[in-house]
Design a binder for this molecule. Structure first.
Ligand code: SF4
Ligand code: SF4
Length: 458
């Protein structure tokens, strides 16, 4: 009788991963069964203990966070690498290859070269230019744009008495967690796309027009701390630029490479990061508010600064520029924030297991919140599944140093309100008209779907 190898190892030994998982990959021959991936997927992601392979007909469930990769002490798990594809695009003289860097990468890339964690924006841009990118742009622009749309949506919901609390939507792993386990909350999740997806759609429309580039020649590459972005860029509906230009097959973002992949690529090319001369972004940069998006609590703080302006018609008081109530290392922080004309109950959470527990408690207690930020990774994107390893301990300790780097950068910047970003203002004036306009909704908003049936296919 022919022996048939089971598709997955038992769930009490490993976190199962499908071969077509767009974000993470397992090399079984290199696994020495330490079970770190299993415990991370249970204790941090809160996924593995919420389904059985029997009920899913042997299909692994995943929210693509890559925390199992971050916790694998060997080489049995990694992000699904795609930098070879990006190298090919750069070698193709017909393509215009554009990198957009997420805030958290500049706070961690130095570590990947054995250097102390430090703010490395200039060297990061120089590295990408040396690798052959035609343009290097900053996803903090996309973060400022996300704040404009998300803060407007929040103010609208409060004014109209629509579904509250509003949850943030910039973490695709959290969104997918809700699609699987809390579909009843999907109408509470902000409809705004994540900074990377907004960045992609705007590059292939507004930026392409300004720079005189044919959009279909552009290869957009997100340089990110996140494995989940590999999943998000390939989701249905992430082709707003293509839809608007009658080329629906064109994706807004073509590739996503992690901080670790970027360092691997640089080392293969023999580039010594420490000796690179600082370079500057070509265009599409952000404010201090966009920069702190890389930390847990940063999205909340950035959004509240601009929401204050929207509600009161004036700049927020100085405590909004170091909003202590939403900063810190705890995985749940709650605050009642005085917004001038109103007070808002807010919460900031990292870890999807913790988010699940918070939601259960919120339902049981009936406590009312206006705005809740959820990020999957420890400390937010600075602890992302694609970041240099060795800094995050047990998947739960916050990489405080990286957060401090981003907060220090924010406090040193002249512009610290997303609504003050001159390029974002120009985008609205020249193309989108105003936040949440008909065109802004088409380009920058999305829909979510109930995926709970995936848990019970039998
Ligand atoms: S990527 Fe996240 S959800 Fe998927 S197996 Fe790993 S820890 Fe679990
Ligand atoms: S917290 Fe950030 S890095 Fe982690 S999955 Fe979410 S978006 Fe990606």
């Amino acid at each position: 009788m022919e022996f048939k190898r089971p598709k997955h190892a038992p769930m009490n030994q490993q976190a199962p991963v499908e071969k077509d998982n767009p974000a993470v990959v397992r090399y079984s021959s290199m696994c020495f069964h330490c079970r770190n991936c299993m415990w991370t997927c249970i204790d941090h992601a809160g996924v593995l203990d919420r389904y059985t392979l029997e009920n899913t007909l042997d299909n692994a469930i995943c929210i693509y966070c890559g925390q199992c990769v971050a916790q694998c002490p060997g080489f049995a798990m990694s992000e699904k690498r795609e930098y070879a594809e990006v190298k090919k695009a750069i070698a193709d003289g017909d393509k215009i290859v554009i990198a957009s860097t997420s805030p958290a990468v500049r706070a961690s890339i130095a570590e990947a070269f054995g250097l102390p964690a430090e703010f490395s924006e200039g060297k990061l841009v120089a590295l990408l230019k040396k690798l052959g990118f035609d343009y290097v742009l900053d996803t903090t622009f996309g973060a400022d744009l996300t704040v404009m749309e998300e803060a407007t949506e929040l103010v609208h919901r409060i004014e109209k008495g629509e579904e509250l609390p509003q949850f943030t939507s910039c973490c695709p792993s959290w969104v997918h967690y809700a699609e699987l386990f809390y579909p009843e909350l999907l109408t509470h999740i902000s409809k705004t796309k994540s900074p990377i997806m907004m960045q992609g759609a705007v590059i292939k429309t507004w930026f392409a027009k300004k720079a005189g580039i044919v959009p279909e020649k552009i290869v957009n590459v997100a340089v990110t701390p996140c494995t989940s972005k590999k999943y998000e860029i390939r989701k249905d509906g992430m082709n707003a630029a293509g839809e608007s230009l009658d080329m629906p097959e064109m994706r807004d973002m073509d590739n996503a490479i992690t901080t670790r992949e970027l360092a691997m690529w640089a080392k293969e090319q023999g580039i010594d990061f420490a000796f690179l001369e600082d370079a500057e972004y070509d265009s599409m940069t952000g404010t201090g508010a966009g920069t702190i998006f890389g930390t847990a609590g940063g999205v909340m703080e950035a959004a509240l600064r601009t929401a204050y302006v929207m509600i009161n018609g004036e700049k927020p008081p100085k405590e909004f520029f170091e909003l202590k109530a939403v900063r810190g290392n705890e995985s749940v922080r709650e605050a009642c924030v005085d917004m001038g004309k109103m007070k808002l109950n807010v919460a900031v959470i990292f870890g999807t297991r913790t988010a699940g527990e918070f939601i259960e408690e919120m339902k049981a207690s009936g406590k009312k919140y206006h705005f809740i930020e959820v990020m999957t990774c420890p400390g937010g994107c600075i602890g992302g599944g694609g970041q240099p390893k060795g800094f995050v301990i047990s998947g739960l300790a916050v990489p405080e140093k990286r957060a401090e780097i981003l907060y220090r950068r924010d406090s040193a910047m002249d512009k610290r309100l997303s609504c003050e970003n001159p390029e974002v203002q120009a985008l609205y004036a020249e193309m989108l008209e105003k936040p949440c306009s008909e065109l802004a909704v088409k380009m920058l908003h999305t829909e979510f779907k109930d995926c709970s049936a995936e848990l019970h296919r039998s």
